[in-house]
Design a protein around this ligand. Sequence first.
Ligand code: ADP
Ligand code: MG
Length: 237
Amino acid sequence: MADPLLEIDSITKRFGGFLALDRVSLRIRAGERLGLIGPNGSGKTTLINCVSGALPTDAGRILFEGRDVTRLPAHRRTRLGIVRSFQIPKPFASMTVLENLGIPLEYAGLARAHGAGAMEILTMIGLDAKAHLRPSGLTQIEMRKLELARAMAARPKLLISDEAMAGLSSAEVDDILAILFRLNEQGITIIMIEHIMRAVMRFSKRVVVLDAGNRIAEGTPAEIVRNPAVEKAYLGE
Ligand code: ADP
Ligand code: MG
């Protein structure tokens, strides 16, 4: 692969004596839509935490646009364009939806550069009518959209969406999928971690499968659904 946007090179992560990631490697090209799947506890969120800088790695390297970011703090990675959304949305309850978009910008030191435009992001995501409500006034899907809008506020090059669709209805899943497709069309590279197979298989051009901290498979959605090792990994679920 020529000039990957993100290159994860043999990352290892331990929690005490527990090996959560065992020399996992992954490359993603600019503009790609990659699905990252695996049974519960397989290490998906841990891998994302290592990429975003929320967790230090024990071994291996992470390169973004050819630059070694392995030891950079999370806010510096955000500034470079690595942005993730959280599995459990955690907006600030005392601020409005619109104000909530400013927080990640302050954190990344981007408020001056990107402070304007927050309302455009809410419009694009379909939350503009709720801009002046507090998060407590949002429905579950609107909370997920707020989480995506907060991620978008930092103008990511790479957006990592961690289970943005869990618990949503089928129509709501389609709604979030449409937003992610639109962001990808605007040039944003997307890693989708998702348990809803219909969604991840429709969205992804390529799928990587983790099981117990190991990368066990990679391929097109069609290849992954008929991969015996993947089926075996999911049997316990
Ligand atoms: P997934 O997102 O694929 O469901 P995780 O990455 O959250 O899995 O977790 C992978 C494994 O690492 C699980 O066994 C989990 O219990 C463990 N783990 C994750 N985070 C921590 C932590 N901060 N401390 C200890 N163990 C952790
Ligand atoms: Mg997870």
